[in-house]
Design a protein around this ligand. Structure first.
Ligand SMILES: NC(=O)c1ccc[n+]([C@@H]2O[C@H](COP(=O)([O-])OP(=O)(O)OC[C@H]3O[C@@H](n4cnc5c(N)ncnc54)[C@H](OP(=O)(O)O)[C@@H]3O)[C@@H](O)[C@H]2O)c1
Length: 478
C-alpha cells in the first residue's frame, strides 16, 4: 500500500515547480504564477509538518494510543481533530476492497481526493464532464501509483451534471459498473464524494430542466445522484460495515459568524429552482452550499430512522478552506466583482489542492467517524488548523432546525419529481402521534407542538436574507 501523506510527496511538489505544466494544469489556477505556487506550496507543507509535529508531540506527552486519539476526534475540539494527522503517513486508513465515486474528479480538490483514494487501494469511479480531461486526470493518477503494490484503480465516467437526464444515465452506468465488480465493496458503493461545483460562472443560465445552473450542478445533481445510488450505498454499507456520503461545501467558523459562502445562503421555499435569482453569482452559490448541507443533515436523520443498512450510511459535510484551484479561473470576474476579490485572495493565500483535500479524505475514510454523521469538518477560519469540526454559520441552520431542513428536503425532492427525474424519496420518520409532522411545521414527539407556520417560516427565511449583508458578505465569502 502506498503511504499517503499530508504534505506533498516529491513528485507532487514537482507538479507545482516553476516551468512544470502539471497534470494538464489541473493542480492550480492559471492566475497564480508557477513560482508563487511553488513558494506557497512549500509554506503550506511546512505548516502541515508543524501541525503534525505538534499533534504528535502532544499525543506522545499524553501517552495516547491511536485509538484514544481517534476517540478524541469525537469531541468538537478542532485541536483534537488536527491530531488525526499526527503519525502520518501510516494513519491514513486503507480503502482496500472499497469503491468510491468522486464528482469533479478531473481537477482541483476532486482530483487530489481521487488520487489519494486510489493510492490507498480504492477503486475510484471518477466523474468528469469532459471525457478527454477525465482520462488525462486518470492517467495522471495511474502514473502517480507507479509500481505500488495493491494500488487501487481509476475508471472515468463522463457526465455533464448540469443535466438531470445525464445524471440519470450516470446513475445507470455506475450501477452497471458496480454489478460488473472489480473493486470489491460487495457490488455496492462505499464512498460518494459530492464535489463538483461551479462558482459564480456568470449571467443567468438555466439547466435543460429550468433550474439555475449553480443550483443544478452544485446541489440538484448531487441530491439526484445520492438518492439514485442509495440502494448501492446500502449494499456497500452492508458489505463493509458502513458507507459514506461526503458533501463539499463551505463552512462558517465554529461558534461564531465568519465570512464563508454558505453563511450568506438564504432560503425561500418558492425559489427552489432559482426562479428569483437574476444571475449565477454568489446568491445561488451560497444557497446551493447551504441547502446541500441542510439536505445532507436531514438525509442522515431519515436514514438513521429508517434503520437497516441505510442507518449504516454516514453523511458528512466538509469544506476545503481557501484553495487555489481551477475553480477560480472559471469565475466570471468581470461580472462579479466579489469573485475577482476572491480570486485575488486565492491567488495570494490559497492552499494547494493537496491540503484542501484533507477534510474530505478524513470524512471519507476515518473509521472512528462511523455512525457519527451528520458532522461537518474543515480548517479553521485562517486555514491554519486542519480538520476542525465546524458548525454551519448560517442563521437558518440554527433557527430553522430539523423542521426546516425536513421541509427543504421534501421541497428539493419535489423539484426533482416535478421536472420528471423521479428520485427515490426517503420519507421522514413517522413519529408516534405526530404523523409526518416534521415536514408540516410541527415538532415530533407524542404531542404535536407547532414550531412555526408559513408566516414564521417566511420570517425566518427573511431574517437570513438581509440584503445589506449580501453585498458585503459576498465579498469576503468563499
Ligand atoms: N477552491 C476553493 O477555495 C473552494 C472553497 C470552498 C469550496 N470549494 C468547493 O470545492 C469543490 C471543488 O472545487 P475545486 O476548488 O477543486 O475547483 P475545480 O477544480 O473547478 O473543481 C470543480 C469540478 O467540478 C466540475 N464541474 C463543474 N461543472 C460541471 C458540470 N456541469 N458537470 C460535471 N462536472 C462539473 C469541474 O469540471 P470542469 O473542469 O469541466 O469545469 C471540476 O472538475 C467545489 O465543490 C467547490 O465549491 C472550493
Amino acid at each position: 500500500m502506498a503511504p499517503v501523506t499530508g504534505p506533498p510527496a516529491a513528485s507532487e511538489a514537482a507538479l507545482l515547480a516553476p516551468g512544470s505544466a502539471g497534470a494538464s494544469g489541473v493542480t492550480k489556477s492559471a492566475v497564480r504564477p508557477d513560482l508563487l505556487a511553488w513558494g506557497v506550496n512549500q509554506l503550506w507543507g511546512l505548516e502541515q509538518s508543524l501541525e503534525n509535529w505538534l499533534g504528535a508531540a502532544s499525543t506522545a506527552r499524553a501517552g495516547c494510543s491511536r485509538a484514544a486519539r481517534v476517540a478524541a476526534a469525537g469531541s468538537s475540539s478542532s485541536r483534537a481533530l488536527s491530531r488525526w494527522w499526527a503519525g502520518r503517513p501510516t494513519a491514513f486508513p486503507t480503502c482496500a476492497g472499497r469503491t468510491a465515486l468522486v464528482t469533479g474528479g478531473s481537477s482541483g480538490i476532486g482530483l487530489e481526493v481521487a488520487r489519494k483514494l486510489a493510492q490507498n487501494c480504492c477503486r475510484v469511479l471518477l466523474v468528469s464532464r469532459d471525457l478527454a480531461r477525465g482520462e488525462a486526470a486518470a492517467a495522471h493518477i495511474r502514473e502517480s501509483l507507479g509500481d505500488t503494490v495493491n494500488a487501487g484503480t481509476v475508471e472515468v465516467l463522463q457526465c455533464n451534471l448540469l443535466s438531470l437526464s445525464e445524471v440519470a444515465s450516470l446513475v445507470a452506468e455506475v450501477k452497471r459498473r458496480l454489478k460488473a465488480g472489480g473493486g470489491g465493496g460487495g457490488g455496492g458503493l462505499n464512498m460518494l464524494m459530492c464535489n463538483a461545483a461551479v462558482f459564480q460562472p456568470g449571467g443567468l443560465v438555466r439547466s435543460p430542466q429550468g433550474i439555475e445552473q449553480t443550483l443544478a450542478v452544485d446541489l440538484y445533481a448531487h441530491v439526484a445522484l445520492t438518492l439514485g445510488l442509495l440502494e448501492d450505498l446500502k449494499r456497500g454499507a452492508a458489505a463493509r460495515g458502513g458507507a459514506r456520503v461526503v458533501l463539499q461545501a463551505r463552512a462558517g467558523h465554529e461558534g461564531r459568524e465568519s465570512s464563508q459562502a454558505e453563511q450568506f445562503g438564504t432560503l425561500e421555499l418558492n425559489n427552489l429552482m432559482g426562479e428569483h435569482f437574476t444571475d449565477s453569482g454568489m446568491r445561488p452559490y451560497a444557497a446551493a452550499k447551504l441547502w446541500l448541507l441542510m439536505w445532507g443533515d436531514e438525509l442522515q436523520r431519515r436514514l438513521r430512522a429508517e434503520g437497516g443498512d441505510g442507518a449504516k450510511i454516514d453523511v458528512f459535510g466538509v469544506h476545503p478552506g481557501l484553495v487555489d484551484s481551477p475553480l477560480m479561473d472559471k469565475a466570471d470576474t468581470a461580472r462579479h466583482w466579489n469573485a475577482a476579490f476572491i480570486v485575488l485572495q486565492n491567488c495570494l493565500l490559497g492552499m494547494p489542492t493537496w491540503r484542501g483535500s484533507l477534510p474530505a479524505l478524513y470524512a471519507l475514510t476515518e473509521p472512528a467517524l462511523a455512525r457519527t454523521g451528520f458532522r461537518y469538518f474543515g480548517p479553521s477560519w485562517l486555514n491554519t488548523h486542519m480538520l476542525g469540526e465546524r458548525c454551519p454559520g448560517n442563521r437558518l441552520w440554527r433557527v430553522g432546525g430539523p423542521e426546516l431542513r425536513s421541509r427543504l428536503f421534501d421541497g428539493l425532492v419535489g423539484v426533482l419529481t416535478g421536472v420528471g427525474h423521479k428520485p427515490k424519496h426517503v420519507p421522514p420518520p413517522v413519529l408516534p402521534g405526530a404523523g409526518t409532522g416534521a415536514s408540516s411545521g410541527y415538532a415530533g414527539g407524542g404531542k404535536r407542538k407547532k414550531l412555526y407556520g408559513e408566516e414564521e417560516a417566511a420570517e425566518v427565511a427573511a431574517a437570513a436574507v438581509a440584503p445589506k449583508a449580501q453585498t458585503t458578505a459576498a465579498v469576503a465569502a468563499h
